[in-house]
Design a protein around this ligand. Sequence first.
Ligand code: HEM
Ligand SMILES: [Fe+2]
Length: 324
Amino acid sequence: MGRFWQLLLVIGLFLWLALMIRPIVPIIKKGTSERGLLILFLISCFAIAFFYAAGLMWGRTTNLAIAEYWRWWVVHLWVEGFFEVFATVVAAFLFTRMGLLRIKSATNNVLFATIIFLSGGILGTFHHLYFTGTPTGVMALGATFSALEVVPLVLIGFEAFHNYRMSKSTEWLADYKWPIYFLLSVAFWNFLGAGIFGFIINPPIALYYMQGLNTTPVHGHAALFGVYGMLGIGLMLFVLRSMYRKQKWNDKLIKFTFWTLNAGLLLMVVVSLLPVGLMQTFASVNHGAFKWSRIIGDTVFGIGTLTLFLFVYQLTLKKDKSTN
Ligand code: HEM
Ligand SMILES: [Fe+2]
């Protein structure tokens, strides 16, 4: 990213941080049982804003090894460290608010998860530095610790899913079906995209041969959109649900959206990126055939993004005035 845009993003992130501090600090001061969760949440917000600034540590003439070192401070420490903590706390917080998780077990889960994310995540950074003169011992630490990171979020997701099924009888919960489904898909993609696909490219021998092949976007798409994209949509739907309490949801449209986004992402990966990546891995000759079949997954996924817009438009701007 060019320096101008980088600086703009730094400013944006600090504005965002201020927006997060403003409502949360007064609640922390009240000292309710949610205090522990909220403090962790705020710490992850600080980390997201401050650690992006590591992206300013290199310039046009910086040695590639040093640039790569700081670059992964942003990419890796964000996605495999502080975003994970952020996502876990948000999910745990929402699930406790809906009565699906007890606050005490949620706080314990989150603390446990944070310890694993950060002990794994921080040392795990070195699993990216294979071609930058990093000592073998450090590489070994990186490879070992980065493999541990997906366990806790998946556990929280499955626990919540279990509780969700038990409490399906509660009528008000049905209102939150789609926001919850998006959060469940976060757990799914965390398992498949970050866990499985991340793991496949992660061993030293894999990275030696596969770094930067199509297997990297297999993992990058499934993990980044799968986890943080779906999380963003889920959170938006939660907010919309409470803002438009009386409005009837177009259930069919949001259902369609949910499945096209998830199926599209899966097709993108399974139909195209993965075969291409494997072909690149097994042979250095790329026949190019599967590259174009990417169109299938991308189109299905694209339809999902459009219907999401349509859904929100219908719900908000084009709403039936008599009901509000
Ligand atoms: C939700 C969590 C995760 C997200 C969003 C994520 C996202 C990404 C993205 C976007 C890249 C490409 C970055 C670039 O090339 O500039 C990447 C690379 C990589 N990720 Fe992840 N990741 C996650 C978790 C993991 C985990 C748990 C592992 C290991 C088990 C892992 C292993 C790797 C490896 C080895 C690469 C480098 C591949 C290469 O250089 O060719 N990731 N990740
Ligand atoms: Fe990483």
